[in-house]
Design a protein around this ligand. Structure first.
Ligand code: G4P
Length: 533
């Protein structure tokens, strides 16, 4: 098959949601349709239960499971589907954000009872930053949820995006009848079924077709006809270009657990979702169809077993064809490398791959050469853009508990932060090491891994900062002046960029108002244009 045909038949995406909205359930149903698994329940939930926030075994389990389900690939009607898994727990939000840089589109799951929740908003913000096309699946229609029109308003308002329903629920909760597919004008009647994947699809001309009266009670027919008239009057027909530009999100309704509305979501999604396209690097735009291979690392998974210290590096292919045992160029290290056993993931299986194409994610074994954001190419110096670090919110100073192991501690902290577990900032004088994370759990992970993988022991002293943000200025003198005046709350990241630690929201506001020549950045995205090698 030609490179272009391989690209056109690929869909690489993530399913995202606030925990408990139904992401795992929906993923599992997709895998059932794809024949990648045979029974419901085969994919283990990758979430850390809320009750076990600092339970180590849970973190361990999570880490073990997350490799197996990092990428779930399967074939569906000639399309190669790659679903990238994202951790549900909010302490791992940064992992999720990074995974979102490796996908071409997302499906956002919303619980119809709860509507838009905290994580839904945050995840959507990240999608909006990158103009990622989004389809929304309103789940749990078998429960008494919010009125669907109110839900659409809520989605538009809180997620800052236009919406366009492509399916419409007929009642809900205990009287849920089914959904009407506005996209291909078919009626899908609800049958409660947690195991079967069949759907009762009836094609009709439109809602005024008489067949509908034989299938539904008069009351529901009347309501559906009114609703559809209202929808067609209020919402424009879906403009695919607007969806692909990330300006409008098509909305589907259904019930993942009952496998209801899932197939139509999957099929419409595969029809309209983008195939791997052009991506930005600091140097130039790279089209997926270019012959030369290139890709970037968005996730690193370390093996916790001290006898097997190798790591799995997840690489998203952006252009050309990747081939096993071929030399490629590691642009940051300026070094050629080849890979004897790259692997691809098919649901719970891992296979050796000979070749892979744009949109595919491969796992490479590594003994410490890679950092998140590294690029591989055929020789051209490229740096893929858009692998941001987010400004952390929880800060602790590292205190060494075993002075004979300072070297191990330094190495461990450096490697863990390269993996993206947390961010490291160094403050002078005294080389104080400050670790910043977005969640409490990361500190448990760091402490555990430092001890078990590097033989180093440390404690953490809490630091009460509100936020850390990168600071830049066009005026070098003004920046130096700012660094001097704020020296007690300035530290430097691994690339020596100055970072300002605001003690309170008010303090941050004051600094922003007073130092007008200084720009305060809340993600590291600003760095990509002028990255140091
Ligand atoms: P998540 O990955 O987004 O965190 O959510 P997950 O799929 O694990 O679903 C969260 C809970 O919601 C699960 O129940 C799941 O069974 C339920 N659920 C998913 N889809 C639907 C639906 O369409 N209707 C209804 N009524 N419930 C749904 P749980 O009790 O937390 O877990 P479990 O014991 O069933 O696994």
């Amino acid at each position: 098959m030609r490179l272009e045909d391989e690209i056109k038949r690929r869909r690489t995406f993530a399913i995202i949601s606030h925990p408990d909205a139904g992401k795992t359930t929906l993923t599992e149903k997709f895998l059932l349709f794809g024949g990648a698994i045979q029974t419901a329940g085969a994919v283990k939930s990758n979430k850390i239960r809320k009750t076990a926030t600092s339970d180590f075994m849970e973190i361990e389990k999570q880490r073990g499971i997350s490799v197996a389900t990092s990428v779930m690939g399967f074939e569906y009607k000639g399309i190669k589907v790659n679903i990238l898994d994202t951790p549900g727990h909010k302490d791992f939000a940064e992992d999720t954000y990074r995974t979102l840089t490796a996908v071409d589109c997302v499906i956002l799951v919303v619980d119809c009872v709860k509507g838009v929740e905290e994580q839904t908003e945050k995840l959507m913000e990240v999608c909006r930053m990158r103009n990622t096309p989004v389809i929304i699946f309103v789940n749990k229609m078998d429960r008494e949820g919010k009125d669907p029109f109110d839900l659409l308003d809520e989605l538009e308002e809180k997620l800052n995006i236009h919406v366009r329903p492509l399916s419409w629920p007929i009642s809900m909760g205990s009287t849920f009848q089914g959904v009407y597919n506005l996209h291909n004008k078919s009626l899908n009647l609800f049958e409660e079924s947690k195991t079967s994947i069949s759907e009762n699809n009836i094609h009709i001309e439109n809602v005024f077709d008489n067949t509908i009266e034989k299938l539904l009670h008069e009351r529901y027919v009347k309501q559906l006809r009114e609703d559809v008239e209202l929808i067609e009057g209020v919402y424009h027909t879906l403009d695919k270009a607007e969806y692909l530009a990330g300006n409008i999100a098509p909305v589907f309704f259904g019930s993942a657990i009952n496998n209801f509305g899932v197939k139509e979501l999957l099929e419409t999604f595969l029809e309209i979702a983008p195939y791997p396209g052009t991506r930005h690097t600091a140097e130039r735009e790279v089209a997926s169809t270019e012959e030369a291979f290139s890709g970037f690392v968005f996730k690193i998974h370390a093996n916790l077993d001290p006898n097997h210290r190798d790591r799995i590096v997840f690489l998203r292919i952006c252009s050309g064809k990747f081939m096993r045992n071929t030399f490629y160029y590691h642009t940051r290290l300026g070094k050629k490398m080849r890979f004897a056993s790259p692997s691809m993931f098919m649901a719970n299986d891992k296979n050796l791959v000979e070749e892979a194409f744009p949109g595919d994610v491969i796992g490479l074994y590594d003994s410490g050469s890679f950092k998140i954001g590294d690029t591989l190419s055929e020789g051209e110096l490229l740096h893929y853009k858009g692998i941001p670090s987010f400004s952390p919110e929880i800060f602790r100073e590292v205190v060494n508990r075993d002075l004979f192991k300072s070297k191990q501690l330094d190495k461990g902290i450096r490697q863990l932060t390269e993996e993206g577990v947390a961010q490291l900032f160094v403050q002078q004088p005294g080389n104080r090491k400050i670790i910043g994370t977005v969640g409490e759990l990361q500190f448990d992970v760091i402490q555990f891994r430092l001890e078990h993988e590097y033989g180093a022991k440390c404690d953490f002293t809490p630091l009460y900062f509100h936020k850390a943000c990168w600071v830049t200025s066009d005026d070098k003198k003004k920046l130096a002046e700012f660094e001097q005046r704020k020296a007690s709350v300035i530290a430097y990241d691994k690339e020596e960029n100055p970072v300002f630690f605001a003690e309170s929201e008010w303090g941050l506001k004051m600094a922003q108002q007073y130092f007008t020549d200084i720009v305060f950045h809340f993600t590291s995205e600003f760095k990509t244009g002028k990255r140091k090698h």
